[in-house]
Design a protein. Sequence first.
Length: 371
Amino acid sequence: MESHLNRMRACMREEGMARFCCTDLSSVKWLTAFDKVFDDEPAHLAFVSDDEAVLHTDSRYADAACRAACGGPWSVDASGGFHARWIAEKLSRDGGKAPDDISSVLAIEDSMSLAAFRRLEKSLVEKGLAPAVETSDFVLKLRAVKDDAEIEAMKAAQAITDEAFGHIVSFMRVGMTEREVQLELEEAMRHLGAEGLAFSSIVASGANGAAPHSIPGGKVLEPGDMVVLDFGARKGGYCSDMTRTVCMEYATEEAKRVYEAVRTANEAVERMLRPGVTGAEAHELAERVLEHAGYGGKMGHGLGHGVGIDIHEQPNLSPRNTEPLCAGNVVTVEPGVYLGGILGCRLEDFGVITPDGFEVFTQSTHELVII
Protein backbone atom coordinates (compact mmCIF):
# COMPACT_ATOMS: atom_id res chain seq x y z
CA MET A 1 0.00 0.00 0.00
CA GLU A 2 2.68 2.48 1.03
CA SER A 3 4.80 1.92 -2.07
CA HIS A 4 2.09 2.66 -4.62
CA LEU A 5 0.63 5.55 -2.63
CA ASN A 6 4.05 7.16 -2.12
CA ARG A 7 4.81 6.93 -5.84
CA MET A 8 1.44 8.48 -6.61
CA ARG A 9 2.01 11.39 -4.23
CA ALA A 10 5.52 12.03 -5.52
CA CYS A 11 4.25 12.29 -9.09
CA MET A 12 1.37 14.50 -7.99
CA ARG A 13 3.84 16.91 -6.39
CA GLU A 14 5.95 16.94 -9.54
CA GLU A 15 2.88 17.83 -11.61
CA GLY A 16 1.54 20.38 -9.12
CA MET A 17 -1.55 18.34 -8.29
CA ALA A 18 -3.02 18.93 -4.84
CA ARG A 19 -5.74 16.28 -5.06
CA PHE A 20 -6.49 13.39 -7.37
CA CYS A 21 -9.41 11.03 -7.68
CA CYS A 22 -9.96 8.05 -9.94
CA THR A 23 -12.75 5.56 -10.48
CA ASP A 24 -11.04 3.18 -12.92
CA LEU A 25 -11.39 -0.10 -11.04
CA SER A 26 -7.94 -1.46 -11.87
CA SER A 27 -6.30 1.81 -10.84
CA VAL A 28 -8.28 1.80 -7.58
CA LYS A 29 -7.05 -1.75 -6.95
CA TRP A 30 -3.47 -0.71 -7.68
CA LEU A 31 -3.55 2.40 -5.50
CA THR A 32 -5.14 0.76 -2.47
CA ALA A 33 -3.49 -2.67 -2.87
CA PHE A 34 -6.48 -4.11 -1.00
CA ASP A 35 -6.77 -7.89 -1.19
CA LYS A 36 -10.10 -9.69 -1.62
CA VAL A 37 -12.21 -6.53 -1.53
CA PHE A 38 -13.19 -5.71 -5.10
CA ASP A 39 -15.32 -7.62 -7.55
CA ASP A 40 -16.03 -6.52 -11.13
CA GLU A 41 -18.42 -3.73 -10.20
CA PRO A 42 -17.04 -0.18 -10.66
CA ALA A 43 -18.47 1.11 -7.38
CA HIS A 44 -15.41 2.80 -5.91
CA LEU A 45 -13.45 6.04 -5.96
CA ALA A 46 -9.91 6.56 -4.69
CA PHE A 47 -9.12 10.06 -3.40
CA VAL A 48 -5.50 11.03 -2.80
CA SER A 49 -3.95 14.21 -1.41
CA ASP A 50 -0.63 14.82 0.32
CA ASP A 51 -2.10 13.99 3.72
CA GLU A 52 -5.16 11.84 2.92
CA ALA A 53 -5.99 8.63 1.11
CA VAL A 54 -9.69 7.72 1.14
CA LEU A 55 -11.65 4.97 -0.58
CA HIS A 56 -15.24 6.08 -1.18
CA THR A 57 -17.47 3.05 -1.58
CA ASP A 58 -20.80 1.74 -0.29
CA SER A 59 -22.09 -0.59 2.39
CA ARG A 60 -21.66 -3.74 0.29
CA TYR A 61 -17.88 -3.39 0.52
CA ALA A 62 -17.59 -1.68 3.91
CA ASP A 63 -16.57 -4.66 6.02
CA ALA A 64 -13.99 -6.10 3.62
CA ALA A 65 -12.53 -2.67 2.82
CA CYS A 66 -12.21 -1.64 6.47
CA ARG A 67 -10.46 -4.90 7.30
CA ALA A 68 -8.07 -4.45 4.37
CA ALA A 69 -7.35 -0.84 5.37
CA CYS A 70 -6.77 -1.58 9.05
CA GLY A 71 -3.39 -0.24 10.19
CA GLY A 72 -2.53 1.15 6.75
CA PRO A 73 -2.54 4.58 5.12
CA TRP A 74 -6.05 4.30 3.64
CA SER A 75 -9.31 5.22 5.31
CA VAL A 76 -12.70 4.01 4.10
CA ASP A 77 -15.87 6.05 3.65
CA ALA A 78 -18.73 3.68 2.87
CA SER A 79 -21.46 6.34 2.82
CA GLY A 80 -22.37 5.47 -0.77
CA GLY A 81 -24.16 7.79 -3.15
CA PHE A 82 -22.71 9.52 -6.20
CA HIS A 83 -18.96 9.98 -6.08
CA ALA A 84 -19.44 13.46 -7.58
CA ARG A 85 -21.52 14.66 -4.66
CA TRP A 86 -19.13 13.11 -2.15
CA ILE A 87 -16.13 14.83 -3.77
CA ALA A 88 -17.81 18.24 -3.94
CA GLU A 89 -18.96 18.08 -0.33
CA LYS A 90 -15.52 16.97 0.82
CA LEU A 91 -13.72 19.78 -1.02
CA SER A 92 -16.25 22.30 0.26
CA ARG A 93 -15.74 21.15 3.86
CA ASP A 94 -11.98 21.38 3.38
CA GLY A 95 -12.38 25.05 2.51
CA GLY A 96 -10.97 25.05 -1.02
CA LYS A 97 -13.49 27.36 -2.72
CA ALA A 98 -11.38 30.02 -4.38
CA PRO A 99 -10.73 29.16 -8.05
CA ASP A 100 -7.15 30.47 -7.82
CA ASP A 101 -6.39 28.49 -4.65
CA ILE A 102 -4.24 25.44 -5.42
CA SER A 103 -6.00 23.56 -2.60
CA SER A 104 -9.20 23.67 -4.62
CA VAL A 105 -7.71 22.03 -7.70
CA LEU A 106 -8.84 18.45 -8.27
CA ALA A 107 -7.20 16.29 -10.93
CA ILE A 108 -9.22 13.49 -12.50
CA GLU A 109 -8.56 10.74 -15.02
CA ASP A 110 -9.82 11.18 -18.57
CA SER A 111 -11.14 7.60 -18.58
CA MET A 112 -14.07 8.76 -16.42
CA SER A 113 -17.40 8.24 -18.19
CA LEU A 114 -19.03 11.31 -19.67
CA ALA A 115 -22.05 10.88 -17.38
CA ALA A 116 -19.83 10.75 -14.28
CA PHE A 117 -17.86 13.76 -15.48
CA ARG A 118 -21.03 15.79 -16.03
CA ARG A 119 -22.22 14.94 -12.51
CA LEU A 120 -18.86 16.00 -11.06
CA GLU A 121 -18.82 19.19 -13.12
CA LYS A 122 -22.31 20.10 -11.90
CA SER A 123 -21.54 19.26 -8.26
CA LEU A 124 -18.39 21.39 -8.23
CA VAL A 125 -20.19 24.36 -9.75
CA GLU A 126 -22.98 24.08 -7.18
CA LYS A 127 -20.41 24.29 -4.38
CA GLY A 128 -18.54 27.20 -5.97
CA LEU A 129 -15.46 25.07 -6.54
CA ALA A 130 -12.89 25.25 -9.33
CA PRO A 131 -13.34 22.89 -12.29
CA ALA A 132 -11.54 19.57 -12.22
CA VAL A 133 -8.34 19.25 -14.24
CA GLU A 134 -8.21 16.33 -16.65
CA THR A 135 -5.15 14.08 -16.85
CA SER A 136 -4.31 11.40 -19.39
CA ASP A 137 -3.01 7.98 -18.30
CA PHE A 138 -1.59 9.41 -15.07
CA VAL A 139 -2.08 6.27 -12.96
CA LEU A 140 -1.60 3.95 -15.94
CA LYS A 141 1.94 5.25 -16.41
CA LEU A 142 2.71 4.56 -12.75
CA ARG A 143 1.26 1.06 -13.09
CA ALA A 144 3.53 0.39 -16.07
CA VAL A 145 6.55 0.00 -13.74
CA LYS A 146 6.07 -3.07 -11.60
CA ASP A 147 7.52 -3.64 -8.15
CA ASP A 148 8.84 -6.93 -6.77
CA ALA A 149 5.49 -8.02 -5.30
CA GLU A 150 3.71 -7.47 -8.61
CA ILE A 151 6.39 -9.40 -10.49
CA GLU A 152 6.15 -12.33 -8.07
CA ALA A 153 2.36 -12.41 -8.52
CA MET A 154 2.73 -12.60 -12.30
CA LYS A 155 5.37 -15.30 -12.04
CA ALA A 156 2.95 -17.32 -9.91
CA ALA A 157 0.20 -16.80 -12.47
CA GLN A 158 2.54 -17.89 -15.25
CA ALA A 159 3.61 -21.01 -13.37
CA ILE A 160 -0.05 -22.07 -13.37
CA THR A 161 -0.32 -21.25 -17.07
CA ASP A 162 2.78 -23.27 -17.95
CA GLU A 163 1.47 -26.25 -16.01
CA ALA A 164 -1.89 -25.97 -17.74
CA PHE A 165 -0.13 -26.09 -21.12
CA GLY A 166 1.55 -29.34 -20.12
CA HIS A 167 -1.86 -30.72 -19.22
CA ILE A 168 -3.69 -29.60 -22.34
CA VAL A 169 -1.17 -31.07 -24.80
CA SER A 170 -1.62 -34.44 -23.08
CA PHE A 171 -5.41 -34.03 -23.32
CA MET A 172 -5.86 -32.83 -26.93
CA ARG A 173 -6.72 -35.37 -29.61
CA VAL A 174 -7.87 -35.31 -33.22
CA GLY A 175 -11.66 -35.29 -33.27
CA MET A 176 -12.13 -32.95 -30.31
CA THR A 177 -13.69 -29.56 -30.89
CA GLU A 178 -12.01 -26.26 -30.17
CA ARG A 179 -14.64 -25.59 -27.51
CA GLU A 180 -13.92 -28.89 -25.73
CA VAL A 181 -10.23 -28.00 -25.57
CA GLN A 182 -11.01 -24.49 -24.32
CA LEU A 183 -13.21 -25.75 -21.50
CA GLU A 184 -10.62 -28.31 -20.39
CA LEU A 185 -7.83 -25.72 -20.51
CA GLU A 186 -9.73 -23.18 -18.42
CA GLU A 187 -10.82 -25.78 -15.87
CA ALA A 188 -7.21 -26.96 -15.59
CA MET A 189 -6.00 -23.44 -14.73
CA ARG A 190 -8.62 -23.12 -12.00
CA HIS A 191 -7.82 -26.56 -10.66
CA LEU A 192 -4.12 -25.64 -10.54
CA GLY A 193 -4.82 -22.62 -8.33
CA ALA A 194 -5.86 -19.76 -10.58
CA GLU A 195 -8.21 -17.23 -8.97
CA GLY A 196 -9.76 -16.79 -12.38
CA LEU A 197 -8.90 -16.35 -16.02
CA ALA A 198 -6.86 -13.46 -17.34
CA PHE A 199 -9.13 -13.52 -20.41
CA SER A 200 -11.29 -15.93 -22.37
CA SER A 201 -8.95 -18.54 -23.85
CA ILE A 202 -8.38 -18.84 -27.59
CA VAL A 203 -8.25 -22.26 -29.25
CA ALA A 204 -8.06 -21.76 -33.02
CA SER A 205 -7.36 -24.69 -35.34
CA GLY A 206 -6.56 -24.88 -39.03
CA ALA A 207 -7.86 -21.90 -41.00
CA ASN A 208 -9.39 -20.45 -37.82
CA GLY A 209 -5.87 -19.80 -36.59
CA ALA A 210 -5.52 -17.08 -39.23
CA ALA A 211 -7.86 -14.91 -37.11
CA PRO A 212 -5.74 -13.74 -34.14
CA HIS A 213 -8.80 -13.41 -31.86
CA SER A 214 -10.75 -16.40 -33.14
CA ILE A 215 -13.56 -17.57 -30.85
CA PRO A 216 -13.46 -21.33 -30.07
CA GLY A 217 -16.41 -23.20 -31.50
CA GLY A 218 -17.49 -26.50 -32.96
CA LYS A 219 -14.66 -26.94 -35.44
CA VAL A 220 -13.07 -30.35 -35.02
CA LEU A 221 -9.31 -30.74 -34.69
CA GLU A 222 -8.04 -32.54 -37.80
CA PRO A 223 -4.74 -34.23 -38.71
CA GLY A 224 -2.22 -31.63 -39.88
CA ASP A 225 -4.00 -28.71 -38.18
CA MET A 226 -1.93 -26.02 -36.55
CA VAL A 227 -3.73 -25.03 -33.33
CA VAL A 228 -3.16 -21.66 -31.68
CA LEU A 229 -3.60 -21.75 -27.89
CA ASP A 230 -3.66 -18.29 -26.26
CA PHE A 231 -4.52 -18.26 -22.56
CA GLY A 232 -3.62 -16.96 -19.12
CA ALA A 233 -4.36 -17.32 -15.43
CA ARG A 234 -4.97 -14.74 -12.74
CA LYS A 235 -3.19 -15.08 -9.40
CA GLY A 236 -2.75 -12.57 -6.58
CA GLY A 237 -4.83 -10.13 -8.63
CA TYR A 238 -2.37 -10.20 -11.55
CA CYS A 239 -2.48 -11.78 -15.02
CA SER A 240 -0.33 -14.07 -17.08
CA ASP A 241 -0.43 -14.36 -20.87
CA MET A 242 1.08 -16.93 -23.21
CA THR A 243 0.50 -18.43 -26.63
CA ARG A 244 1.76 -21.70 -28.01
CA THR A 245 0.98 -23.20 -31.41
CA VAL A 246 0.91 -26.98 -31.75
CA CYS A 247 0.25 -29.38 -34.63
CA MET A 248 -2.10 -32.35 -34.66
CA GLU A 249 -0.40 -35.66 -35.63
CA TYR A 250 2.03 -34.04 -38.06
CA ALA A 251 3.25 -30.65 -39.27
CA THR A 252 3.05 -29.69 -42.93
CA GLU A 253 6.13 -28.23 -44.58
CA GLU A 254 4.51 -24.79 -44.63
CA ALA A 255 3.61 -25.10 -40.95
CA LYS A 256 7.24 -25.89 -40.15
CA ARG A 257 8.48 -22.86 -42.13
CA VAL A 258 5.95 -20.54 -40.50
CA TYR A 259 6.73 -21.83 -37.03
CA GLU A 260 10.47 -21.38 -37.49
CA ALA A 261 9.99 -17.81 -38.71
CA VAL A 262 7.79 -16.92 -35.74
CA ARG A 263 10.14 -18.56 -33.26
CA THR A 264 13.15 -16.74 -34.73
CA ALA A 265 11.32 -13.41 -34.46
CA ASN A 266 10.30 -14.08 -30.87
CA GLU A 267 13.79 -15.03 -29.73
CA ALA A 268 15.46 -12.16 -31.60
CA VAL A 269 13.26 -9.61 -29.86
CA GLU A 270 13.72 -11.19 -26.43
CA ARG A 271 17.49 -10.96 -26.86
CA MET A 272 17.35 -7.25 -27.74
CA LEU A 273 14.91 -6.03 -25.09
CA ARG A 274 16.45 -3.82 -22.41
CA PRO A 275 16.00 -0.32 -20.98
CA GLY A 276 16.21 2.33 -23.69
CA VAL A 277 14.82 0.18 -26.50
CA THR A 278 11.51 1.54 -27.78
CA GLY A 279 8.36 -0.45 -28.38
CA ALA A 280 8.54 0.58 -32.03
CA GLU A 281 12.10 -0.77 -32.38
CA ALA A 282 11.08 -4.13 -30.91
CA HIS A 283 8.12 -4.39 -33.28
CA GLU A 284 10.21 -3.40 -36.29
CA LEU A 285 12.80 -6.09 -35.53
CA ALA A 286 10.10 -8.78 -35.48
CA GLU A 287 8.70 -7.50 -38.78
CA ARG A 288 12.17 -7.61 -40.38
CA VAL A 289 12.73 -11.20 -39.27
CA LEU A 290 9.36 -12.30 -40.61
CA GLU A 291 9.92 -10.47 -43.89
CA HIS A 292 13.33 -12.10 -44.31
CA ALA A 293 11.60 -15.50 -43.94
CA GLY A 294 9.07 -14.62 -46.63
CA TYR A 295 6.20 -13.55 -44.40
CA GLY A 296 6.38 -9.78 -44.63
CA GLY A 297 3.09 -8.08 -43.73
CA LYS A 298 1.58 -11.30 -42.39
CA MET A 299 1.50 -10.33 -38.70
CA GLY A 300 -0.95 -7.44 -38.78
CA HIS A 301 -0.93 -6.64 -35.04
CA GLY A 302 1.38 -5.06 -32.51
CA LEU A 303 4.20 -7.27 -31.28
CA GLY A 304 3.24 -7.03 -27.61
CA HIS A 305 1.61 -5.20 -24.74
CA GLY A 306 2.00 -4.56 -21.05
CA VAL A 307 0.50 -6.97 -18.50
CA GLY A 308 -0.47 -6.44 -14.88
CA ILE A 309 -3.77 -6.17 -13.06
CA ASP A 310 -5.27 -5.92 -16.55
CA ILE A 311 -4.32 -8.18 -19.43
CA HIS A 312 -3.61 -5.12 -21.60
CA GLU A 313 -1.62 -2.35 -19.94
CA GLN A 314 1.18 0.02 -20.85
CA PRO A 315 3.68 -0.04 -22.48
CA ASN A 316 3.04 -1.47 -25.93
CA LEU A 317 5.53 -3.02 -28.32
CA SER A 318 4.12 -1.46 -31.45
CA PRO A 319 4.96 1.11 -34.14
CA ARG A 320 3.01 3.70 -32.13
CA ASN A 321 5.27 3.53 -29.07
CA THR A 322 8.43 5.56 -29.57
CA GLU A 323 9.06 5.90 -25.82
CA PRO A 324 12.02 3.98 -24.35
CA LEU A 325 11.23 0.97 -22.19
CA CYS A 326 12.48 1.00 -18.61
CA ALA A 327 13.30 -1.53 -15.93
CA GLY A 328 10.13 -2.85 -14.34
CA ASN A 329 8.03 -2.82 -17.52
CA VAL A 330 6.30 -6.17 -17.99
CA VAL A 331 5.50 -6.93 -21.63
CA THR A 332 4.52 -9.74 -23.95
CA VAL A 333 6.46 -10.73 -27.05
CA GLU A 334 4.03 -12.38 -29.45
CA PRO A 335 4.95 -12.37 -33.13
CA GLY A 336 2.57 -14.20 -35.42
CA VAL A 337 1.98 -15.17 -39.03
CA TYR A 338 -1.56 -15.48 -40.37
CA LEU A 339 -2.28 -17.00 -43.78
CA GLY A 340 -5.94 -16.50 -44.57
CA GLY A 341 -7.87 -19.70 -45.25
CA ILE A 342 -4.86 -21.86 -44.38
CA LEU A 343 -3.33 -21.46 -40.90
CA GLY A 344 -2.15 -19.16 -38.16
CA CYS A 345 0.81 -19.33 -35.81
CA ARG A 346 1.77 -17.25 -32.77
CA LEU A 347 4.44 -17.73 -30.09
CA GLU A 348 4.03 -15.56 -27.00
CA ASP A 349 6.08 -15.20 -23.85
CA PHE A 350 5.95 -12.45 -21.27
CA GLY A 351 8.46 -11.10 -18.82
CA VAL A 352 10.04 -8.07 -17.22
CA ILE A 353 12.57 -5.54 -18.50
CA THR A 354 15.56 -5.73 -16.14
CA PRO A 355 18.42 -3.22 -15.79
CA ASP A 356 20.44 -5.16 -18.38
CA GLY A 357 17.97 -7.23 -20.40
CA PHE A 358 14.70 -9.15 -20.34
CA GLU A 359 13.69 -11.86 -17.86
CA VAL A 360 11.15 -14.24 -19.40
CA PHE A 361 8.52 -15.61 -17.01
CA THR A 362 7.23 -18.20 -19.48
CA GLN A 363 8.89 -21.60 -19.10
CA SER A 364 7.06 -23.70 -21.74
CA THR A 365 9.12 -24.99 -24.64
CA HIS A 366 9.78 -23.09 -27.86
CA GLU A 367 10.02 -26.39 -29.75
CA LEU A 368 7.11 -27.19 -32.07
CA VAL A 369 4.88 -29.64 -30.20
CA ILE A 370 3.22 -32.29 -32.33
CA ILE A 371 0.35 -34.15 -30.69
